[in-house]
Design a protein. Structure first.
Length: 105
């Protein structure tokens, strides 16, 4: 069941990426803009800059930043990859898809 859910989520995210390539490209561009050392991972400082760019007002406090980073950091590295950011970005659409699939059962 968990593998089906993971497969569904990945398929849904891939579909969103294919259909909304401009949206994914914009999110990727923002990620790359703030990945200062170009290592493909965003640390808390880089995440803070991204959050500010996305318009969090007032700016996130240190505890809020740490909590946000922890929520996005699915592999527990203490940093966020683009895939983790994209998964978070797509979460609402994915959850709608999961709810619709459950309703069909």
């Amino acid at each position: 069941l968990q593998m089906d859910r993971i497969g569904f989520i990945k398929a849904r995210m891939d579909k969103m990426a294919a259909e909304g390539s401009q949206e994914q490209a914009a999110v990727r561009a923002a990620f790359q803009k703030f990945d200062e050392n170009n290592n493909g991972e965003m640390d808390i400082k880089e995440f803070q800059a991204l959050a500010s760019e996305l318009g969090t007002d007032p700016p996130l406090r240190e505890g809020e930043l740490a909590e946000g980073l922890a929520q996005l950091d699915q592999d527990g590295t203490g940093q966020i990859s683009f895939d983790e950011l994209w998964a978070w970005w797509c979460r609402e659409e994915v959850e709608k898809g999961l709810a619709a699939a459950r309703a069909k059962k």
